[in-house]
Design a protein around this ligand. Structure first.
Ligand SMILES: [Zn+2]
Length: 67
């Protein structure tokens, strides 16, 4: 059984790399039982999505197309 601290560590890790099946399952089970970590997970996802909106590479390729 995962502790909240381990669960948030996995959420953070998930932003940078793909979790193993075992890690995903452990996180999913924890989230199904822990309201605090569900809220935390949603914030991690929102942060991650916000970061995706303006990557430098996309901006550069758009500039090239406009020329
Ligand atoms: Zn928790």
């Amino acid at each position: 059984m995962l502790m909240c601290r381990e669960a948030t560590a996995l959420m953070s890790l998930k932003q940078d790399k793909t979790l193993t099946l075992r890690e995903k399952m452990a996180l999913r089970i924890h989230l199904s039982m822990c309201q605090a970590c569900r809220t935390c997970a949603r914030q991690f996802d929102l942060l991650h999505q916000a970061g995706k909106h303006h990557p430098a590479s996309q901006y550069n390729s758009r500039q090239t197309l406009d020329d």
